[in-house]
Design a protein around this ligand. Structure first.
Ligand code: ZN
Length: 261
């Protein structure tokens, strides 16, 4: 759903110099939307634990941060947007990324949310304004899910395999929905958020960014319904992710926010 900041601002550096440095162990063994729906939901949840990607090292994170162009360094956020960002904590903890990601709010009326270098969450002011808190959580869950298919996504991107990229997007949707349900959050927020981001970009850009790389909203809606139905196969005593807290709490610590003044 995001505008590709990597392409816009960071392509040469990341693609040529650091390409190999992003490899981070085995990807998820189930990496096709149909395979997920054919699997046992409890077993899939176990896979998300067993194959959780190791986080980037602090050195790598510093390299990513240093490489951000000035326009991606981040901006101050108003109080209501700050509250939305603070609400991301349970999702970041579920992915065990609360101590990893830096969140940068970037200028722009269009709507983009993107994870860069597995270290920085770039959220445009347009996206932040358009999404409600639950929808933002869902969109960030989708972005964090990208880490599970990171290397494969890079390979598909390199060979312009758009069909594979679209499938990997749906895989990330499935992972996001599983995580949201495990947190007791509404999975429907994911599609509602995508709808808002899409409409916002239609308004500002005239077309969705990178349409051939993303499933259509109709495809996403249909798949999300299938994932929700598949999740009902999880027994009451079914598997749970090894999460820290399992619900959104009022006393959540704020996520790591950085912005320029
Ligand atoms: Zn995505």
């Amino acid at each position: 759903m995001a505008i590709n900041w990597r392409t816009m601002a960071l392509s040469a550096l990341f693609a040529s110099d650091w390409g190999g440095a992003w490899a981070h162990g085995q990807g998820l063994p189930v990496s096709d939307p149909r395979e997920i729906l054919a699997s046992d939901p409890a077993a899939f949840i176990q896979l998300l634990d067993d194959f959780r990607p190791s986080p980037v090292t602090s050195e790598m994170k510093q390299m990513v941060l240093k490489s951000l162009p000035l326009e991606l360094k981040g901006r101050a956020v108003n109080a209501s947007n700050r509250a939305k960002l603070e609400g991301l904590n349970p999702v970041l903890r579920a992915f065990q990324r609360d101590a990893v990601y830096e969140i940068r709010v970037i200028q722009g009326p269009w709507a983009t949310i993107e994870i860069d270098g597995r270290a920085v969450l770039l959220i445009s002011e347009g996206a932040l304004g358009a999404l409600e808190a639950d929808q933002l959580r869902a969109a960030v869950a989708h972005e964090a899910a990208h880490e599970y298919v990171w290397d494969e996504w890079q390979r598909a991107d390199k060979r312009d395999d758009w069909k594979r990229l679209r499938r990997l997007e749906l895989v990330c949707d499935a992972i996001a929905i599983v995580i949201l349900q495990q947190l007791g959050l509404k999975a429907s927020s994911l599609i509602q958020g995508f709808e808002k981001l899409t409409y916002r970009n239609l308004q500002w850009l005239g077309s969705p960014p990178n349409p051939s790389r993303h499933p259509t909203l109709a495809e996403r809606r249909k798949f999300a319904r299938e994932v929700a139905a598949w999740m009902t196969g999880l027994s009451r005593k079914g598997a749970h992710l090894r999460l820290q807290p399992t619900a959104v709490r009022r006393d959540d610590q704020p996520p790591r926010l950085k912005h320029s003044r």
